[in-house]
Design a protein around this ligand. Structure first.
Ligand code: URA
Length: 428
């Protein structure tokens, strides 16, 4: 048996770690037996040396089994979830989960909160008056069984090793490692009780992964982990070089999601919701064509109403979105010159939202559900000087700096940009 120091040295030197050693090291870290400083050194060694699939399997499995693995085997249907690596205006889970559930495929969804410039599904849902995401595992299982859907937050019992390791990576410059990201995401998803998973791996100026090559490697790594653990896993690489849809901010994104479930709303949000729904239905053994049908019939919206009510929220927001929190002011940010919208610093747009109060700058920060940004332009649009580029919904916090960030983030030039497709590639 190798000591912790020997294992860290082996990884530092580029050697491949053995399965039993990995299981012991990660298992003891989860129990507090391996201290943070040794895990920090290991994470940095992994950052530089990577991990082979033979190492990543046991690493992910040990993370997964650091806590409870929820058992949903009492539900006969194949249960399928979606995970997005995170972007700006990415509210897809909100229309997607009820739509897929309305097609007969149960969706057990454990989501996160906003992090940095990206929003989080839990924060968005909690902008619905009364909506609770802190349900017990027992209630989660019951909702998946009875409604085909549950939308809850991470509990302390699921993947405690990841909770600790993610916080450690955050302060040791080891977040941006493909094997560490892949094992972190997959261990949490596999703990939900799913049979299959669809991944939406974002690429571009608003994503973790800035290039298609990086995103493809992350997607491939996660798909392989899932498949090797006996869960069918597929991935879409999708564009994040501009925000998804028009709305960025919690209640604003709920409103746009309701528009989608009303068979309206922005084209890109609709296209991606349907593409992901079709992939989830295919994995769930249901005709993918049902997605368009159940969107048009209003069955997806009805399911959203049901889950809002079941989780303590006010379902009347589905018929009357003015019941959602609304900001006091709505002001435009205008073009300082004429030309084509040639590029966006999507991360900067997300940060402008954070400055208004839509996101957090520290882990325990409080967010304002009402504020955010409503984009008025998309890449390739032609604008005249003085024309609104976006509308800022604010409550008198951060408006100056947010306006400046937005002006800087939306570039206007004389030549039209080349705008790539929303759905770049399918993997798995
Ligand atoms: N999201 C996660 O859950 N883990 C990571 O490591 C990165 C993004």
């Amino acid at each position: 048996v190798k000591s912790d120091v020997e294992l860290i040295a082996d990884k530092r030197n580029g050697q491949i770690l053995g399965e039993a050693d990995i299981r012991r090291f990660v298992g003891e870290y989860a129990q507090g037996g391996v201290p943070d400083y040794q895990m920090a050194a290991m994470a940095m060694a992994i950052y530089f040396q990577g991990m082979t699939p033979a190492e990543l399997g046991p690493w992910t499995d040990a993370m997964l089994h650091s806590g409870i693995v929820i058992d949903l085997s009492h539900i006969a249907a194949l249960k399928v979830d979606k995970h997005s690596t995170g972007g700006v205006g990415d509210k897809i889970s909100l229309p997607l989960a009820p739509l897929v559930a309305a097609c007969g495929v149960p969706v057990p969804m454990i989501s996160g909160r906003g992090l940095g410039h990206t929003g989080g599904t839990l924060d968005k849902l909690e902008s619905i008056p009364g909506f609770r995401t802190d349900l017990s595992v027992a209630r989660y299982r019951e909702l998946v069984e009875t409604l085909g859907l549950a939308l809850i937050g991470q509990t302390a019992q699921v993947c405690p090793a990841d909770k600790r390791l993610y916080a450690l990576r955050d302060v040791t410059a080891t977040v941006e490692s493909i094997p560490l990201i892949a094992s972190s995401i997959m261990s949490k998803k596999l703990a939900e009780g799913i049979d299959a998973l669809v991944l939406d791996v974002k690429v571009g100026s608003g994503a973790f992964m800035k290039t298609v090559d990086q995103a493809r490697e992350l997607a491939r790594t996660m798909v392989d982990i899932g498949q090797n653990m006996g869960k069918q896993t597929t991935a879409l690489l999708t564009d994040m070089n501009q925000p998804l849809g028009a709305m960025i901010g919690n209640a604003l994104e709920v409103k746009e999601s309701i528009d989608i479930l009303r068979n309206e709303g922005p084209k890109d949000v609709r296209q991606l919701t349907l593409a992901l729904a079709e992939s989830m239905l295919a994995l769930g053994g249901v005709d993918p064509g049902l997605a368009v049908e159940r969107l048009a019939s209003g069955a997806g919206l009805e399911k959203f109403r049901e889950i809002i009510e079941a989780q303590g929220g006010d379902p009347r927001v589905c018929d009357d979105p003015s019941r959602l929190p609304t900001a006091a002011e709505r002001v435009p940010v205008v073009a300082t010159r004429s030309g084509f919208i040639s590029g966006m610093d999507t991360c900067g747009i997300g940060m402008a939202g954070v400055l208004l109060g839509a996101g957090r700058t520290r882990k325990d920060g409080v967010i304002d559900p009402a504020v955010g940004i409503e984009m008025a332009v998309r890449l390739g649009d032609v604008v005249e000087v003085g024309q609104p580029l976006a509308w800022v919904h604010h409550n008198n916090q951060g408006i100056e700096t947010a306006g400046q960030r937005l002006t800087q983030a939306i570039r206007i030039e004389d030549t039209a940009p080349i705008v790539g497709p929303l759905i770049i590639e399918r993997i798995g």
